[in-house]
Design a protein around this ligand. Sequence first.
Ligand code: SME
Length: 160
Amino acid sequence: MPPAASDSLSGRYERIIEQLIRLLTATTDPIARMATMAALLHHKNPHYFWTGFYRLQDGKLVVGPYQGPLACSILPEPNGICWACVRRGESVVVPDVHAFPGHVACDERSKSEIVVPVRNAEGRVVGVLDVDSDRLNAFGNVDQEALERIAAMVFVRRPA
Ligand code: SME
């Protein structure tokens, strides 16, 4: 029997986004919002192993709010998937991180990864939302579309 619509991945993301729309009205502070997003996403998604943000500061990517095992505090340019996302200005989905040249392994257990850009109110990339899985090929279009919608909510005045 196919899973009920409410059990599907897209249904789960819809519920997460609905919950975030309510939660994010509490404050426009981007760090508080990132922390709320990381906690909700991480604990609702069994295919997530590490969930968090890196913020661009003085030419470096500095770790922001996250959930999961201890991660690298600083990602120096140019290596890694997060920097590839910043340079391209678009999401990067990597089915096997060990096949990605220059991948930065903060935790050897990470096997696949998705990174989406976070833009400020002026549309400039100011960081990334990064999710790792301990499974190969864990992320697809449904994850990408949902995470892009969520990343776009960090700096909006009123989430909707
Ligand atoms: N793998 C990332 C580094 C950050 S961790 O995944 C938490 C990268 O290659 O940029």
